[in-house]
Design a protein around this ligand. Structure first.
Ligand code: ATR
Length: 280
């Protein structure tokens, strides 16, 4: 009976721009799983009751996005350490009558680099540009891979300092103006600012400061090649775009809800790339 098929969701407000239904829909077809994944628009005032009644609605779990990721921290029954440390829940699932919450962004970041640049984590020195929610997930990812020197550079240094205070002595806070010296011995730099998003030709740092051989990564994926990635590529540096992080973070939820660990294929990537660009 259709009612018994596993159903998952992505919940946000608004939600129509989400690419998650395309990603999970691809895997459901690929693995021949009779289940569904749908986008649901839930206003903040309705979110708590939505999340508390998942089972009654026939859901096995789902993804959360803006503006619900922080609110969920107080609603789920069990928090995976990824969610409590990053301070946001983006994946929930029911297990033995309890609602679990995790944050899969750190996994998405690391798994994407594993696929695109194996050995990326050999250098234990990383530079993160920006100090928002995305930076927290990347700090967690680098710490989980044993990075010992994580340098957070931000326009507003006090926000970077808040992250250093929260994540401990392997994380230090700096101004973006000091990037040149801080990049000199880093194996990896990640742009986690919003600089370079579609319609913004800006660069978070002077590209002349990029040290030779530093792996340059961006969490922005519209455009796929940001001005920072373009500048790095022109200098012959290895680069990784932000789309892979989105694709890889989705694997954790899919496995929890549908029992299959899905693979991020070139075909899936091409499908989502074709869908990028302004949506009506
Ligand atoms: P998210 O949760 O997606 O990471 P956010 O919390 O809005 O988003 O953070 C955006 C990041 O981009 C911040 O680090 C912000 O710097 P400030 O903390 O100083 O605001 C950074 N950012 C945005 N516009 C910027 C700009 N023009 N130059 C440098 N950094 C910028």
């Amino acid at each position: 009976m259709a009612e018994n098929l596993p159903r998952a969701f992505v919940c946000g407000h608004p939600i129509k721009h989400s690419r998650s239904p395309m990603i999970h829909g691809y895997w459901l077809t690929q693995y021949g799983i009779e289940g569904s994944y749908q986008a649901v628009d839930i206003a903040p005032e309705d979110f708590s009751s939505f999340l508390k009644t998942l089972r009654a609605q026939g859901f096995v779990g789902g993804n959360l996005t803006i503006p619900h990721k922080e609110a969920a921290l107080k609603i789920v029954d069990r928090l995976d350490p990824s969610a409590s440390e990053i301070g946001a829940v983006n994946t929930v699932w029911l297990r033995d009558g309890l609602l679990w919450g995790a944050n899969s962004d750190y996994h998405g970041f690391a798994a994407n680099l594993d696929q695109c640049q194996p050995g990326w984590d050999k250098s234990k020195i990383g530079v993160i540009l920006g100090a928002g929610g995305a930076s927290r997930a990347i700090i967690y990812a680098l710490q989980s891979r044993g990075f010992t020197d994580i340098r957070v550079l931000n326009r507003t240094v006090s926000r970077a300092q808040d992250l250093a205070d929260a994540f401990g002595p392997t994380v230090s806070a700096h101004s973006l103006a000091d990037a040149k010296v801080l990049l000199a011995d880093a194996g990896l730099v990640v742009n986690a600012t919003s600089v370079g998003m579609q319609g913004d030709e800006g660069l978070p740092i002077d590209p002349d400061w990029l040290a030779p051989e530093t792996l340059v990564s961006d969490i922005v994926y519209v455009p796929l090649e940001t001005p920072l990635l373009a500048a790095a590529r022109q200098r012959g540096l290895p680069t990784v775009d932000g789309l892979g992080m989105l694709l890889h973070q989705a694997t954790l939820g899919f496995e929890r809800w549908f029992g299959v660990q899905p693979v991020v294929t070139e075909e899936l990537r091409a499908l989502v790339v074709a869908d990028l660009g302004p949506k009506p």
